[in-house]
Design a binder for this molecule. Structure first.
Ligand SMILES: Nc1nc2c(c(=O)[nH]1)N[C@H]1C(S)=C(S)[C@@H](COP(=O)(O)OP(=O)(O)OC[C@H]3O[C@@H](n4cnc5c(=O)[nH]c(N)nc54)[C@H](O)[C@@H]3O)O[C@H]1N2
Ligand SMILES: Nc1nc2c(c(=O)[nH]1)N[C@H]1C(S)=C(S)[C@@H](COP(=O)(O)OP(=O)(O)OC[C@H]3O[C@@H](n4cnc5c(=O)[nH]c(N)nc54)[C@H](O)[C@@H]3O)O[C@H]1N2
Ligand code: SF4
Ligand code: SF4
Ligand SMILES: [Mo]
Length: 895
């Protein structure tokens, strides 16, 4: 017999299974159903409820006994009975008792809850009375709590602890008096709950339910798709009824989320049917937005573009793709710019977040994409999180990092603020904003000074160690400490951990990229990985936590002035694309979004077609952005809402659909191409970006070059243009996405880059990065350094989350200040203050917290009414133009 197999008898049938299963797993594989109440595949089995009990006769000849199948290992030679009078009576008795925790109407409303299913199967009538209103906690906008229905299975306790890592639910009492409640018994909204919904999903009764389920009909159709928010790319099922979203569930086999979601993916979809969603085309006439027909709006846009191209040339037009739209749409958008208009003036908002990462990675390793996969988190012995706040911004990955740190990995966090992960880190280095380069250089100095270099790796794959060593000698930890305020010994400790406790995986965010030295900062991080051999292996790498659902996709599809689809350099790939598309490609260098704003201000750019990107709200130094937009003769906005750009400067509005109303693919942070599926009909006259683009090209007389607009057909065109995705077709990714490179039908895709050699096929070269400080420094007049970023509950410019129940959880942006500074200024928590920089000002409510250091401030930019980007500066990354959102000198006064 195969050693890896076990032979058992189940209900008299001789069967064999792979070794290592539980009895429950074997039963399920054989199609035998037993009720389970306390069991969840995402959690370690506890065998507490005994609903899954079976009769087990061990191979050793011990007498038969009852065991919970979920917890029992399947051992060779045993025999199992799942039926019989005694077992039936046992289960019946158990369920009879639990029937007091189920009510008839709730059985109907929540037919899939495990207790309800079991009662139905055993024909046992539910016996609970309606719960008294005071027993029901409706404090949370998304989750309803009725512990009268609790059967004390502790699934919520365990999942909150083991998956989300929050420990909201606790068990009080024991035996008959056992009950589950939040710590201190506070209402859920006042607990540390982050609203991930995991406890709701796992709860087998109506104790924990989605609040929306009490207002909405049950779902009649489920559609598998990808979360429309961040670059983690969680897979979820969308439940619809009457063509509306009524429920969501995480996909258990989602590669990055494995049955988990965060509050936004789980609950924040009300924007789809928000009252002020614009579902008809509009034209601004006499300063007022007025409804128009599609034909009128398209004719106006096409006529305007044609006139500007003929009067000023194609480079007077700029096109911005959308990090929120699909790969297919972004492919069409850049093709539109190049083929229908004839300009390389095309960009997307990757420019303002991780283009520095892509530039540094491409320059040093040969491809701009993150090197490893989220599954590497569980492989790493050390996790280095730099300038990123994943517990709030990539929450499902943040939870995975936290679990890994709890289960033994070392965690180093580099962030000026004490973020959630910094609070549990082994080492938290808190540099003054803008001083990453000295800090990273000092880490490299320690690697060389203490000979922590992986010489075998460097000898085999890296050049420039000698010159690097002489350069880095001057960057002592003491020198860096004086610039960044991090104790020199902490720098030494961190360098030792990263080099010695391998594999070590680096995940970084905007705290590295959104600086004058953004690209340089990432290069300095890559130096650290090269020196320590933390590249090309499981559990290592340099991994930018990409921002929006498809920001990486938008850029890689070619929504960048200098690159075509597949990030292929225009200079290298021009001839191939000219043949494929059948047109000569524009020769000009092309402007990025920041340069487009400059060109608009100087009068060189006349028209902007902006798709799913609110430039006015999101670009730094908004006063100047507004001036640029005002000078444009034609601004076409394609979005779900009249965003700030549209409200202030738009001339034509073309209504777009949400990701739930169209088909296509997104690319997540791990280079995984996943299917986005239509679950709803397009609202009103809103149309997909692909459809609208095709209308516009037809009106411009360029329709012949855009014969494909069905998502799958466009994707096939992408595959022919970019060999690294040639092996990814819709059939193959129907069940699960694939990571590029994936070059042919048998290629399984690539979870790990640079394993054998770097993507450019050469040896990597260490970069010597000199420190060039930002021009944003404090003075007596501007004594604070403000850094800007995000919070869990809202997303970017707030267009979507601002129209959901998230408003109740985090209604507006605040200005975080250390208690010492607040005391010095005599300001109380909650006071309205004015924060002013050399560039502009904004009014915010003060939040006093020691998560920020004295002299530093933090604010999010989610509320368009706060217009925080009035305050941020014109400083840009010296390589890619990404704005320096992360440092601006300000003063604070009562409003
Ligand atoms: N909830 C939520 N999730 C989001 C988004 C959202 O708006 N809301 N937006 C998405 C998008 S588009 C993106 S790009 C990602 C961004 O995700 P993150 O990269 O995590 O974004 P931020 O919060 O902007 O900044 C991260 C951290 O950088 C730190 N920082 C500031 N200055 C410095 C510095 O000089 N050095 C170092 N080492 N750190 C510094 C800040 O304190 C902050 O904690 O999140 C995505 N996910
Ligand atoms: N102060 C400060 N400012 C920042 C940052 C910061 O850290 N600090 N971060 C910057 C970063 S990293 C980013 S990525 C930008 C984000 O800035 P934006 O890209 O402007 O922000 P998003 O909220 O992602 O929304 C883009 C728009 O897309 C629309 N949309 C959604 N889905 C679709 C679709 O399928 N089609 C179309 N046509 N439209 C759609 C939404 O309604 C929304 O108006 O903000 C930047 N601004
Ligand atoms: S929603 Fe998530 S964080 Fe909140 S209690 Fe449930 S499992 Fe915990
Ligand atoms: S972690 Fe990101 S992708 Fe996952 S549910 Fe949250 S916002 Fe969506
Ligand atoms: Mo971003």
């Amino acid at each position: 017999m195969d050693a890896a197999q076990v032979r058992v008898a189940i209900d008299g049938r001789e069967l064999s299974f792979p070794a290592g299963l539980t009895v429950l797993q074997a039963l399920r594989m054989s199609g035998i159903k037993v009720p389970t109440l306390c069991h969840d595949d995402r959690l370690a089995p506890v065998g507490e409820c005994w609903a899954c009990a079976v009769e087990l006769v061990p191979a050793t000849g011990l007498p038969a006994h009852h065991r919970p199948a979920c917890r029992e290992p399947l051992l060779d030679g045993c025999s199992i009975r799942t039926d019989g009078a005694a077992l039936d009576e046992f289960r019946r008795n158990l369920l009879e008792q639990l029937a007091t925790r189920a009510a008839p109407d709730e059985m109907e409303r929540f037919p899939d809850k495990a207790l309800h299913q079991a009662l139905r199967e055993f024909d046992i009538l539910p016996r609970a009375d309606a719960s008294p209103p005071e027993a029901i906690d409706v404090s949370h906008p998304h989750i309803r709590v009725d512990m009268e229905r609790c059967i004390a299975c502790r699934r919520c306790v365990r999942i909150c602890e083991d998956l989300q890592g929050e420990s909201v639910w606790h068990v009080f009492g024991r035996g008959e008096t056992l009950r589950v409640a939040t710590g201190g018994g506070v209402p859920l909204a006042e607990s540390p709950c982050v609203g991930c919904g995991a406890c709701v999903d796992t709860c087998p009764t109506a104790a924990l339910t989605d609040a929306s389920a009490w207002r909405e009909p049950p779902a009649t159709t489920w559609t598998r798709t990808v979360c429309p928010y961040c670059g983690v790319g969680c897979v979820l099922d969308i439940g619809t009824a009457d063509d509306r979203i009524v429920a969501t569930r995480p996909a258990l086999d989602g590669p990055s989320n494995k049955g988990h979601l965060c509050v936004k993916g789980r609950y924040a979809y009300d924007y789809v049917d928000a009252d002020d969603r614009v579902c008809a085309p509009m034209l601004r006439r006499d300063g007022q937005w007025q409804r128009a027909t599609w034909d009128q709006a398209i004719a106006f846009a096409a006529e305007g573009l044609r006139r500007i191209v003929s009067e000023h040339g194609p480079d007077a037009v700029g096109v911005l793709g959308s990090a929120r739209a699909t790969n297919e749409e972004n492919y069409l958008i850049q093709k539109f710019a190049r083929v229908a208009i004839g300009t390389n003036n095309v960009d997307c908002c990757a420019r303002v977040c991780h283009t520095p990462s892509a530039a540094a990675l491409k320059h040093m390793l040969g491809t701009g994409a993150g090197t490893n996969s989220f599954d590497d988190i569980e492989q790493a012995r050390t996790l280095l999180v730099v300038g990123a706040n994943p517990l709030e911004n990539h929450p499902v990955v943040g939870a995975r990092i936290r679990q890994r740190a709890k289960h033994g990995a070392h965690l180093i966090v580099i962030d000026p603020r004490r973020t959630g992960l910094a609070g549990i880190a082994d080492i938290h280095l808190a540099p003054q904003p803008g001083t990453n380069v000295p800090l990273f250089n000092a880490l490299a100095h320690v690697l060389l000074a203490e000979d922590l270099v992986d010489h075998a790796f460097v000898d085999a794959r890296v050049d420039g160690l000698g010159t690097f060593a002489s350069f880095i000698q001057a960057w002592t930890p003491e020198r860096a400490a004086a610039l960044c305020g991090v104790p020199a010994d902490d720098i030494r400790r961190a360098a030792r951990l990263y080099a010695q406790e391998r594999p070590a995986m680096c995940l970084h965010g905007l705290g590295v990229t959104e600086h004058l030295q953004g690209t340089q900062g990432v290069m300095a991080l890559i130096d650290l990985a090269l020196l320590t051999g933390n590249l090309g292996l499981a559990g290592t790498g340099i991994n930018p936590l990409r921002g929006q659902n498809n920001v990486q996709g938008a850029a890689v599809m070619g929504c960048e002035p200098g690159t075509l689809t597949g990030s292929q350099r225009l200079a290298d790939a021009r001839a191939r694309f000219e043949t494929a598309w059948g047109v000569p490609l524009p020769r000009s260098r092309g402007l990025n979004v920041l340069e487009m704003m400059d060109a608009a201000r100087s009068g060189a750019l006349k028209a902007l077609y902006v798709i799913g990107f609110d430039v006015l709200a999101s670009l730094a130094n908004a006063t100047e952005t507004a001036k640029s937009l005002e000078r444009l003769e034609l601004v076409i906005v394609q979005d779900l809402f009249l965003n700030e750009t549209a409200r202030r400067s738009g001339h034509v509005f073309l209504p777009a659909v949400s990701s739930f109303e169209k088909d296509g693919t997104f690319m997540n942070s791990e280079r995984r191409i996943q299917r986005v599926r239509q679950a709803l009909t397009p609202r009103g006259q809103a149309r997909s970006d692909a459809e609208t683009l095709c209308r516009l090209v037809n009106a411009l007389g360029r329709g012949a070059w855009f014969s494909r607009h069905r998502a799958e057909d466009v994707w096939d065109e992408v595959r022919s243009a970019w060999p690294a995705v040639a092996g990814i077709d819709y059939t193959r990714i129907d069940q699960q996405g694939l990571q590029w490179p994936c070059r042919g039908p048998d290629d399984p895709g690539t979870a790990l880059l640079h394993a054998e050699h770097f993507a450019h096929g050469k040896r990597a070269v260490l970069e010597r990065i000199d420190y060039q400080p930002t021009t944003e420094y404090t003075t007596a007049q501007f004594p604070f350094l403000l850094t800007t970023g995000r919070n869990l509950h809202q997303f970017n410019v707030g267009t979507m989350t601002g129209r959901t129940g998230q408003q109740l959880l985090r209604p507006t942006d605040t200005l975080d200040m250390h208690p010492y500074d607040a005391g010095q200024l005599g300001l109380d928590d909650g006071t309205q203050v004015r924060v002013a920089s050399r560039h502009g000002q904004a009014a915010l409510r003060l939040r006093i917290t020691d998560a920020v250091a004295p002299g530093q401030l933090f604010a999010s930019f989610h509320d368009p009414a706060r217009a925080l980007n009035q305050v941020t500066s014109p400083v840009r990354d010296c390589v890619t133009s990404a704005p320096e959102y992360k440092v601006v000198a300000v003063c604070v006064t009562p409003a």
